[in-house]
Each structure stands twice: as structure tokens, then as C-alpha cells.
Design a protein around this ligand. Structure first.
Ligand code: GLU
Length: 465
């Protein structure tokens, strides 16, 4: 059977990076094997599931490019199917109605605790066929009473559970609604899932799910339980460590391919390769290479990878996200070629597109002010004279490109017996307001002759006063 994986988030909060890594591994595994990747929204917890969270998940997956081949399927739209399977199990004697009242269960629990035992349902309705009038029963799955359940987990190896430890799970509540573990089983069965790849917080659910699948006549899928992602301090990843919505990484100026590259390396490796394109990940990924120890989230590493991906990207790739970032700063630019040129000139100096946009404001508006400390350092009688001379020669230049501009700057500095920087820094200050920009020739070339000269004149007027 061809590979079928699924990502099954519960829409009770943000899609955060732990969830995205699970989705990525499922997606990669399906891609690698020419299989199908299914998206299933586990929204049966009506109190905690929200529309906003569903939308966040869908938007996050789309931004990351993890497109589902099937779905999204919603569990809340499958209640009829779950009822059908519950009826089947009842009819086959694989499940039964339990009429215990809450008081009875509380008393049972208290007795077990008093005897120093682990509280668990004792199966008292397992073999009864009568009913108790006035009580709405729950439905319980008849778990095998003896023997072991062996989960052959791809990441954790062979994990053995004793059936004696597993009591008869409620699969339908007294109002008839199906319960979580049961829905997962029916879905994995109906969706023909061959590989369940999920967080290892679900490892303990697996023996029950496996037993139910077997009762339904299915061969359990292959399980791969992924280790947790921890914060750099070793604690469970929380908001404080960057466990924010995946979309926040978009807003902070990360490229999705960089975030995915970062996530793929959490728990998985391929030799000592650090940087992967999406295609390389698909080619190299294998679930059997996933390591079972938890890995720590490292924001600096992510930022480094983001820059690596910006440096390797086709400059055209950076246009849209840069435009979006600039918009957030109140700058509208629909000139794609200009944005591409800015991205190309700026990418060495920024770890994120947000930073790139912030560093690029001067391409769109004249400096509101000049860095005072730098003015004190670089603006002198001599540099003012060089600036004026450079402006006059730039005005007469026959053409406008970085090479021509470079020649002028070089000649003016040389004629004054000064190092190039003695003119380049004042020029930068004049056009950018500060001393950080791409090489001055590229900066002026991008700004255009008219704007460059206007800014130099304006600065000269200020500094001469
Ligand atoms: N809905 C579960 C979660 O969000 C995942 C269940 C599963 O993958 O089996 O943690």
C-alpha cells in the first residue's frame, strides 16, 4: 500500500513550531515515498476548539507550503460515522454499555485508592446485558484483559504495555458523543493511514488505539513518536522560548523554507549537513533517522539559517516578503525590480526580512536626521569640500551606475589625498542619515541621481551652516 500520513492538530491554540515540525515530518515522509499527506482537524473538543485557531492552522500550513493532498477533514463532521462504528462494536460484542453512576465510580475509586491501588474501571458491566432504567449509559471498549500490547515504534523502538494496565476505555459518553482516542482510531482506519507520525506525548495512547484497530479488523499503522522540542533552558517549550504562532515567524521576517530547514534538524540529521533546500529535505528525509532524545530550540541558529536562505534565494523570491515588511512600516512600493535590487544589496546585512526592511527605509524617504555622533566624527571642512566636489562630478556623469559612481568617489578621494572611506562615510551620512548601508556606489546607484544629489545638497546646506 502506498504511504499515507496525516497531520491531526487540535484547534485549541496556535499552530506553533512543535506542531509545524510534526506536520513537516508527515509531509516530507509522504513526499519522499510518493505518498499522500492528509490534514485532519481534531475539533471534537467543542469547548476549546475555535474557528480562529482553525484558520491559524490553515494559514500557517499554507505559508509554510505544507499543502495537504487530502482534507482538511473535520472530526465534528464525522459524528454519524463514529456512531456507526460504535454500533458495530456493540453488535459484535466488542464494546458494551456501562450504566455505572458517577457515585458508583467515585466509590470504586475511593476503595481502590484506600487499598493503595491505581484507580481504574473494574469492568463490572462488561458481561452484563441488562440495563439500568433512568441512567444514560456510556459505551466502553472491551480491552483485552491479559497479555501485552507491543508498539513497534520507529523512533522509540519496541515499547511494551500490559493490557492489565489498560481499563475499558469509554468510547461514547452518556450523551452519545464519541471520545478522542476512538475518533482518532476510526479516522486513521477510514483514511487508510499507513504511518502515524506525531508527538511522543501520544505514545501512551497508542496501545489503546492499537487494540481498537485490531478489534476493528485492521492492521495497525507504523508509529513514529517524535521527541519534544524544549527551550534552550531545557524546560518545555513555551511562549517565552518562541513557541508562538507559526505566523509570527512570517511577521518577524523569516522565510518559511528557513523555518522548515531549522525544524527538520530538530531530532533528525543527515550527516553534518546544516542547510537544506526543500527539495534536499525531501530527498534525504527518513523517519528512521529521527533521534529519540528531545532537542532544544535555538533562536540564534534559526536567525542564522534564515540569513543563509536569504543569501541563497533567487532575489526575486525576496520581493513579496520584503514588500510586505515595508508596508508594515508605512512604505508602499510596487516596483518589483527596485525591491529585488534592494534585497540583493541588503541581504548580507540582515538576518530577517523585517530587519532588511527597517534598514532600507532610506531608499524610500530622505533621512529625517543625521546620526550626530557620526557627523562629529566624519564631517569636517575637508570632507565637506570633497562632498561638494563629488556632487558636482556626479551631476555631470554620463550615465548612472555603480561602476561610474565608484570611479568618481575614488577619483575625488584620491585627488584630495584621502582614503576612500573619508568620502564614503560622509556620503552615506548625507544620503542615509547613518553609516550603515550597502557599498556607497550601490546605494547611490539604487537611489538614483536626482535623489542622491538632492540629499547631498540638503546635507551640505545643513553642515555648512
Ligand atoms: N490532535 C492531537 C494533537 O493535536 C494529535 C493526535 C494524533 O496525531 O494522533 O496533539
Amino acid at each position: 500500500m502506498s504511504v499515507r500520513t496525516r497531520f491531526a492538530p487540535s484547534p485549541t491554540g496556535f499552530l506553533h513550531i512543535g506542531g509545524l515540525r510534526t506536520a513537516l515530518f508527515c509531509w516530507l515522509y509522504a513526499r519522499r515515498h510518493g505518498g499522500r499527506f492528509v490534514l485532519r482537524i481534531e475539533d471534537t473538543d467543542l469547548e476549546r476548539s475555535t474557528e480562529a485557531a482553525i484558520q491559524q492552522i490553515l494559514d500557517g500550513m499554507e505559508w509554510a507550503g505544507l499543502v495537504a493532498d487530502e482534507g482538511p477533514f473535520y472530526q465534528t463532521r464525522r459524528f454519524d460515522r463514529y456512531r456507526e462504528v460504535i454500533d458495530e462494536l456493540l453488535a459484535e460484542g466488542k464494546a458494551y454499555r456501562c450504566y455505572c453512576t458517577k457515585e458508583e465510580l467515585d466509590a470504586l475509586r475511593a476503595e481502590q485508592l484506600a487499598r493503595g491501588e491505581k484507580p481504574r474501571y473494574d469492568g463490572r458491566w462488561r458481561d452484563r446485558t441488562d440495563a439500568r432504567p433512568g441512567v444514560q449509559p456510556v459505551v466502553r471498549f472491551k480491552n483485552p484483559t491479559g497479555g501485552e500490547v507491543v508498539v513497534e515504534d520507529v523512533v522509540h523502538g519496541r515499547v511494551v504495555f500490559q493490557n492489565a494496565e489498560l481499563d475499558d476505555l469509554i468510547i461514547a459518553r452518556s450523551d452519545g458523543s464519541p471520545t478522542y482516542n476512538f475518533c482518532v482510531v476510526v479516522d486513521d482506519m477510514d483514511m487508510n493511514v499507513t504511518h502515524v507520525i506525531r508527538g511522543d506525548d501520544h505514545l501512551n495512547n497508542t496501545p489503546r488505539q492499537q487494540n481498537m484497530l485490531v478489534a476493528l479488523g485492521r492492521k495497525p499503522p507504523v508509529y513514529a513518536h517524535l521527541p519534544m522540542i524544549l527551550g534552550a533552558d531545557g524546560a518545555k517549550l513555551s511562549k517565552r522560548h518562541g513557541a508562538v504562532s507559526v505566523l509570527q515567524y512570517r511577521d518577524e521576517g523569516y522565510l518559511p523554507e528557513a523555518l522548515l530547514n531549522y525544524l527538520v534538524r530538530l531530532g533528525w540529521s543527515h550527516g553534518d549537513q546544516e542547510i537544506f533546500s526543500i527539495e534536499e529535505m525531501v530527498r534525504a528525509f527518513d523517519i528512521t533517522d529521527v533521534n529519540k532524545s528531545a532537542s532544544a530550540f535555538n533562536a540564534e541558529k534559526l536567525a542564522w539559517l534564515n540569513q543563509q536562505h536569504m543569501m541563497r534565494a533567487e532575489p526575486r523570491r525576496l520581493v513579496e516578503p520584503l514588500r510586505w515588511q515595508l508596508q508594515q512600516l508605512g512604505i508602499a512600493c510596487d516596483d518589483d525590480a527596485h525591491l529585488e535590487a534592494i534585497a540583493l544589496a541588503q541581504r548580507e546585512r540582515a538576518k530577517t526580512l523585517k530587519e532588511m526592511a527597517a534598514n532600507s527605509l532610506f531608499f524610500f524617504q530622505p533621512p529625517a536626521d543625521y546620526d550626530e555622533k557620526a557627523v562629529r566624527k566624519h564631517i569636517t571642512v575637508e570632507s565637506i569640500a570633497m562632498l561638494a566636489e563629488a556632487a558636482a562630478r556626479l551631476d555631470r556623469l554620463d550615465g548612472w551606475d555603480a561602476a561610474l559612481i565608484h570611479a568618481v568617489v575614488n577619483e575625488v578621494a584620491t585627488a584630495a589625498g584621502a582614503a576612500l572611506g573619508k568620502l564614503a562615510q560622509p556620503l552615506r551620512l548625507a544620503v542615509c542619515g547613518g553609516t550603515v548601508s550597502p557599498p556607497i556606489d550601490a546605494t547611490l546607484a539604487l537611489l538614483g541621481r536626482e535623489e542622491s544629489l538632492r540629499r547631498i545638497e540638503r546635507a551640505l546646506a545643513r553642515w555648512r551652516a
